[in-house]
Design a protein around this ligand. Structure first.
Ligand SMILES: C[S@@+](CC[C@H](N)C(=O)[O-])C[C@H]1O[C@@H](n2cnc3c(N)ncnc32)[C@H](O)[C@@H]1O
Length: 217
C-alpha cells in the first residue's frame, strides 16, 4: 500500500518546486532584489557569509541547499573565494543561477532525496529553504547534512522561530511552508550530531526566523 504521508510530503515539495519555477524573477531579480523591495537584503547575507568565513577560510567547500537563483547568497560566497555547490529543486532557479553565478556549480535536485558522498563539505548553508520542506523531511535531512560535512564542519541555516505551517499565495503562486519552533530545531540538530554554537532571531515584518550556526561533532 502506498505511504499516504510520504505521498503528501512529496506533493508539498512539488508545490514548492512549481511555485519557484513560476515566481523566480518576482522573488529575486538578477540583482537579487524582490518585487517591491527597496533593498535586496544583500547586507544581511553579506554579514552571514563574513561570519562563516571567520570559521572556515576560503577556498573551503560549501554546499548551498536551496540556493535559488544564486543571488545574493551563492554569489557572495563565490566572490569571497568559497568553492560552492548550489542545489535547488526549481529548474528555473537553477537555470538562472548558472547564468548569474558562473563561478559556482549547480545541481537541480530535491534536497530530501539527494544523495552525496559523505564528508565532502566544510560547511552547509541553507537560507530560507528548509522552511519549505515538510517537517518530517526536515528532521530526517539533518543527519544527512551531518554526513555530508567533514569532521567539525559547520551548518549555517535559517529555520523557524515559531511553529507554523500553511499554504499561502506568494507573489501570485501557491506556496507551502512548514516551521517547527526554535527549541524543537535545537533538539533535532543536537540529536543529529550538529551541535548548535549560537542562534539568533532574524526579524521579518511582524514575524521572523531563527539563524543557527551548528557544528558537526
Ligand atoms: C525562499 S527561496 C531562498 C533562496 C536563497 N537561499 C535565498 O536566500 O535567496 C527558497 C529556495 O529553496 C528551494 N527549495 C525549496 N524546497 C526545496 C527542496 N526540497 N530541495 C531543494 N530546494 C528547495 C526553492 O526552490 C527556492 O529556490
Amino acid at each position: 500500500m502506498a505511504d499516504a504521508n510520504r505521498d503528501t510530503r512529496a506533493s508539498q515539495r512539488d508545490l514548492v518546486r512549481r511555485g519557484y519555477d513560476a515566481i523566480s524573477r518576482a522573488y529575486r531579480n538578477d540583482e537579487g532584489r524582490a518585487d517591491g523591495a527597496t533593498e535586496n537584503g544583500t547586507e544581511r547575507y553579506k554579514g552571514w557569509v563574513d561570519e562563516l568565513a571567520q570559521l572556515i577560510p576560503p577556498p573551503a567547500r560549501v554546499l548551498d541547499l536551496g540556493c535559488g537563483a544564486g543571488v545574493p547568497a551563492t554569489k557572495l560566497m563565490t566572490d569571497k573565494g568559497f568553492d560552492v555547490l548550489g542545489l535547488d529543486i526549481s529548474a528555473v532557479q537553477i537555470e538562472r543561477a548558472r547564468r548569474l553565478v558562473p563561478t559556482a556549480t549547480f545541481q537541480q535536485a530535491d534536497m530530501v532525496t539527494w544523495e552525496h558522498e559523505p564528508a565532502s563539505f566544510d560547511a552547509v548553508v541553507s537560507f530560507y529553504a528548509l522552511i519549505h520542506v515538510p517537517l518530517e523531511d526536515q528532521r530526517n535531512l539533518l543527519p544527512k547534512i551531518r554526513s555530508w560535512l567533514r569532521p567539525a564542519g559547520y551548518l549555517l541555516a535559517i529555520v523557524g522561530a515559531e511553529r507554523w505551517t500553511g499554504v499561502e499565495d506568494y507573489y501570485g503562486a501557491a506556496m507551502f511552508w512548514d516551521h517547527a519552533d526554535r527549541a524543537t530545531y535545537l533538539v533535532w540538530l543536537t540529536e543529529a550530531g550538529l551541535v548548535p554554537l549560537w542562534h539568533r532571531f532574524v526579524p521579518e515584518g511582524r514575524v521572523g526566523h531563527t539563524l543557527v550556526m551548528a557544528q558537526a561533532m
